[in-house]
Design a protein around this ligand. Sequence first.
Ligand SMILES: Cc1ncc(COP(=O)(O)O)c(C=O)c1O
Length: 396
Amino acid sequence: MPDDLLIEQEKKLSGRIYSGKEMEYLAEVMSSGRLSSLNGGEFVPRLEESFTRMMGVQHSVAIANCMCALHAAVLCAGAGPGSEVICDAEFVFGSMSVLYNNAIPVFVDIDPVTHNMDPDKIEAAITERTKAIIVTHAWGLPAEMDRIVEIGRRHKLLVIEDCAEALLAEYKGRFTGAWGDIGCFSFQASKQLSTGDGGMATAETQELYERVAAQAGAPTFHSVAYDLDYNYRMNEMTAAVALAQLDVMPQFIEKLRTNAGYYDQAVAGCEWIELQRGPEGAHHSFYHWAATFRGDSRGLSLEDFKKAVADAGFSSVSVGYTNMASYRHPVIRENRAHAFFCPENKGHSGRYDEGTCPVAEQAVPRLILGYVTEPDATAREEADKLHALIRTLEGN
Ligand SMILES: Cc1ncc(COP(=O)(O)O)c(C=O)c1O
């Protein structure tokens, strides 16, 4: 990519890097008149092929967004009424896709440092109803996939990776999405690869690929409907932008890592802020820089810290995320989804009371997030501001 274009993009508020081919590809789509792969558009298959190659997976299916990918993945696990799916206690997306399928989410607590599902706690949550495990790679940091896949294989469960935040994150030499049976990616506006909205599902076997692809392609004008498939197809304009973006993704993720480094420096030496790092062999792709507030035991209250952050007027730093563990979202806690009324789900083992996953309940409200998709200068300024705030709070 030409340097002047890179500099031009860096100056823009979004801080995104473009390959320069976005407009060219879009013009190609429009002038061809083929706005969908259904009538011969080639960008969807080209994107799928490039994604498969880059991620080191077997198959890819371009899809409307990550929630569609998760919905299709849970369907592939055969999880419907009467089934349970294991989900992590920080993010609600996976559990919502379980409820879309009228199955029941069962929550496993997270590790307090990595914010990822704690492999030591998975087996206790498996019952004869369990069909799958959905693992979210929190904020771009890979979960311990070797251990989780081993548990999944032993119990014959489908392992679904929610990679919405973890494009090109690596664990022990393999990208996220290439560990489990199905990987689900998001190209939504804030994500590393952004097309406004969009996504990808990756699959490790031909059978899973065909089942996911059926959800991204039906019904069509001439097709005969045999199953209740969904119409989650990606259009050609989205695929054109995604294909152009894919070219610069490794470079863009390096930039995110650099920006995250400024935040690391800002909190270095601060004993009450703990970085989201590890496990060994994990290479973060920084959808967000994340850390956990640990001031409670040092005389600094969470409320005071939140107020100080709000008063400082950060543009990219926030505290608390949703302020609740995933099962405390009203849709789950108050049993608002249809799944909770299906007779087949009677006596399910999902527990949504306070205290169910104590680590997540403690950690989520204490999450400090830095959004690093911004120009270098902004990231530095925000990090400096965080450093200054810490010094003030420490009385220096
Ligand atoms: C972890 C996670 N999963 C799923 C999603 C949903 O992605 P999409 O908007 O592409 O459906 C998001 C988006 O915020 C996410 O962060």
